[in-house]
Design a binder for this molecule. Structure first.
Ligand code: XLS
Ligand code: NI
Ligand code: NI
Length: 431
């Protein structure tokens, strides 16, 4: 045990507790035919919890962690502390970027050596732990070399550097038994058209993603490749704006059967959508992979990456996940960071524990709404006309035939209530 969490004990399920405990998340409790842990598949994000120093645009680091120097010894201490937290929280998964787990070297080769050594170190830690790897990914946005993008960079050397980085991150994810590999488009976008060849950059991004898919098959990685859409920040215009945009992109490059989505609540909000919209759309397109369950401040217009704390919202999200059949390789990653005044180790535990409870409540509410069935029955009733013989025939017909029928018809159709308030009242019974 390191010094960091030494005063804290493993959290347990205790609905009456007024102390640090799970009051709603009970991993073994069966909800809709499955253990809660197997539904929710929680993951801790290594970067926000252990690598982020608490800076903002107006001030530097606020967190004082004993591993905040770029040495291998500190990287190992960080991993020791991370696995202690995974154990305290009893989480089944974690996620990393290469840059979170290893110190940057002076050359590519040196960074790679550090990375591979740390991947082996994580592998050893994982053998002694229940916590598995939900996904790995590459940080292709923090270092100044990526300031104009990675795959979409005007300089081919940066494309090559990025491809080599993703290749090694995919190898590492495969080696650690990762269930998915994620590509978030970091700075794959632009600031001004005045210096940007938009057409060329999209082609580069498409080819890059094809190469990732080709490499997945080459090494026999069985996990899913996931793209994480985001409309802005850091780039003013991001090519992977939202689920609909990315789907069009996948179609253009022939990847719609190969790549799924990692959908983040905060990114959906930035795109002007609700989280459940993005989830429902991805599910309807057959590309719902995994979720980043961290919310944004609704006023800031910024990706504030806060732990979820709104049960009704979370319930509607899990409702879509459950309707889609639940996660397969995916899970619930907390891509969330503490507020920068939350300095103490206990804040890290409380942030995650509270978020896990909120998700548990959301999941139970979603399962209850599905089991009750009223929402689905009312939706089905609303579209029942399309199940009739006439309704079915309509889509195989043509404008002229349809017009002839309508022109010779009798009474005009009567509009019917969409019953939104009644439906919202039904949801309110469960949350
Ligand atoms: C940033 C993204 C990032 C991805 C992983 O906004 O959410 O954290 O999840 O690169
Ligand atoms: Ni984000
Ligand atoms: Ni994310």
């Amino acid at each position: 045990m390191t010094e960091f969490f030494k005063d804290l004990n493993r959290l347990s399920y205790d609905p009456d507790s007024t102390d640090l405990a799970f009051r709603h998340y009970n991993p073994d409790e069966v909800v809709a035919g499955k253990r809660m842990e197997d539904h929710l598949r929680f993951a801790v994000a290594y970067w926000h919890s252990f690598a982020w120093p608490g800076g903002d645009p107006f001030g530097g680091p606020t967190f004082d962690r004993p591993w905040f120097d770029e040495s291998m010894q500190s990287a190992r201490l960080k991993a020791d502390v991370a696995f202690e937290m995974f154990d305290l929280l009893n989480v089944p998964f974690f996620c990393w970027h290469d840059a979170d787990i290893r110190p940057e070297g002076d050359t590519f080769a040196e960074s790679l050596r550090n990375f591979q050594e740390m991947v082996d170190y994580l592998g050893t830690k994982m053998e002694a732990s229940k916590t598995k790897l939900l996904w790995g990914t590459a940080n292709l946005f923090s270092h100044r070399r990526f300031m104009a993008g990675a795959a979409t960079n005007p300089d081919p050397e940066i494309f090559a550097w990025s491809a080599a980085t993703v290749k090694n991150c995919m190898d590492a994810t495969h080696k650690l038994g990762g269930q998915n590999y994620v590509l978030w488009g970091g700075r794959e976008g632009y600031e001004t058209l005045l210096n940007t060849d938009l057409r060329r950059e999209r082609q580069q991004a498409g080819r890059f993603l094809q190469m990732a898919v080709e490499y997945k098959h080459k090494i026999g990685f069985k996990g899913a490749i996931l793209v994480e859409p985001k409309p802005q920040e850091p780039s003013k215009h991001q090519y992977d704006y939202d689920v609909a945009t990315v789907y069009g992109f996948l179609k253009e490059f022939g990847l719609e059967g190969e790549v799924q989505m990692n959908i983040e609540q905060g990114h959906a909000i930035l795109a002007g959508h609700s989280f459940e919209h993005e989830l429902a759309l991805a599910a309807s397109l057959g590309i719902l992979g995994s979720i980043d369950m961290n919310r944004n401040d609704y006023q800031s217009g910024w990706d504030t990456d806060q732990f979820p704390n709104n049960v009704p919202e979370v319930a509607l999200a899990y409702y879509e996940v459950l309707k889609a059949g639940g996660f397969t390789t995916g899970g619930t990653n907390f891509d969330a960071k503490l507020r920068r005044q939350s300095l103490d180790p206990v804040d890290l535990i409380a942030g995650h524990a509270g978020a896990m409870d909120v998700c548990a409540r959301g999941l139970k509410a979603a399962a209850a709404m599905l089991e009750d069935g009223t929402l689905e029955a009312m939706r089905a009733e609303r579209y029942a006309g399309w199940d009739s013989a006439e309704g079915k025939a309509l889509l195989d017909s043509d404008f002229a035939t349809i017009a002839a029928q309508v022109e010779s018809g009798g009474t005009p159709p009567e509009p019917r209530s969409g019953r939104q308030e009644i439906l919202e009242n039904i949801v309110n019974r469960f949350v």
